[in-house]
Design a protein around this ligand. Structure first.
Ligand code: NCD
Ligand code: ZN
Length: 339
């Protein structure tokens, strides 16, 4: 029987859209992948540090895709003053992104501890800015860190942060472990998480033998993937879509030290329809991709709709030199976007 699903276009609450030629090639693909509204990460070179940087970046993105709505973020630094945080709020910046130093692409300017950041968190809580977190503990913390435990070992710090700032809205980005899933379930309503399409599919074996599947945080054990699958199957509203689509040119991936990041933007909703259908929870896709996230961020529902039709297609080998997730594989849906 033909399956067709008509739902609002997606909100993707975590995407990397880059700069220059990469930006021009990637940004028009947002709408073809089924997302109408995207939260853009600030780890550009140089990073998005001020609300002026965010406004400039937004207008550049808008030029490449006038029909897409871009939600802006800024790179969190301990030097951010109350005036800057207030200005960010007034200029429509939704979240500040915290990168622990050195854990992923362009995180060299990230933070080394939370102590210096307490005044910033205080102001964010007061002005209603969301704290978006890359939750991995860096190697230099003397806690036997490796890619497999870096997320779990970060959680005690998050527990303290949440306790000290109970009204600060926090999003733990791209959760990848059962420990993180349990942490989110057991925390208050101010704390939520994003889940990527690739963490619903991959485990450690997949990136150990194919570096196109290498991203930070890395995909973990089968029981971790199972925990992620279970929360989408049960339709838990604390978990919503943030693709963490992170394009890198093939020349930066097909090498001995590959860049971290998986590119899902061009077929975003097709990957998800394929996965949700296989998991028997296609009826949960709408809330995951267009209700839970916008409710957390207090945004209205998207007016645009997308149609997902059960019909096979092969994932292209590349898009302008960028290899997409599951290249060459067959997906069981195609998409029509109302633009
Ligand atoms: C992201 C990138 O390339 O910007 N990479 C990744 O593996 N996810 C950064 C990030 O979100 O960690
Ligand atoms: Zn990311």
């Amino acid at each position: 029987m033909e399956k067709t699903l008509i739902i609002p276009a997606a909100d993707d609450f975590h995407v990397h859209l880059r700069q220059g030629d990469l930006l021009k090639n990637v940004v028009p693909l947002v709408i073809s992948g089924g997302a109408a509204r995207v939260m853009v990460m600030p780890n550009t070179t140089p990073p998005v540090y001020t609300s002026l940087d965010a406004a400039d970046y937004k207008s550049e993105l808008q030029k490449s895709a006038p029909q897409t709505e871009f939600l802006m973020t800024m790179y969190l630094k301990s030097t951010l003053t109350e005036t800057e945080i207030k200005a960010a709020k007034n200029n429509g910046v939704l979240a500040l992104k915290l990168y622990p130093k050195g854990v992923t692409t362009n995180s060299e300017e990230g933070v080394s501890g939370f102590e210096d950041l307490y005044p910033v968190f205080e102001n964010m809580q007061e002005y209603g800015l969301v704290l978006s977190i890359h939750g991995e503990l860096p190697y230099d913390t003397g806690q036997n860190i490796c890619v497999m435990n870096a997320e779990e070992k970060f959680l005690p710090y998050l527990t303290k942060l949440h306790k000290d700032f109970p009204s600060l809205k926090i999003v733990l980005e791209h959760v990848s472990s059962k420990a993180a899933v349990d942490f989110i379930k057991n925390s208050g309503p101010e704390v939520a998480a994003t889940i990527t399409p690739h963490h619903l599919e991959l485990t450690v074996d997949d990136w150990a033998r194919n570096f196109h599947n290498y991203c930070k945080p890395v995909a973990k054990y089968p029981e971790d993937r199972e925990a992620l699958r279970q929360v989408v199957i049960e339709g838990n509203s604390k978990f919503f879509l943030g693709s963490d689509s992170a394009p890198h040119l093939k020349s930066k991936k097909d090498i001995a030290k590959p860049a971290a990041g998986i590119f899902t933007t061009p077929l975003l909703m097709v990957y998800l329809a394929d996965t949700f259908d296989r998991l028997g929870c296609l009826d949960k896709l709408k809330d995951f991709s267009s209700t839970f996230g916008r409710t957390f961020y207090d945004l209205p529902e998207n007016k645009k709709t997308i149609k997902l039709i059960k019909e096979e297609q092969v994932v292209p080998d590349e898009y302008n030199g960028i290899v997409p997730f599951r290249a060459g594989e067959i997906l069981s849906f195609r998409i029509e976007v109302d633009v």
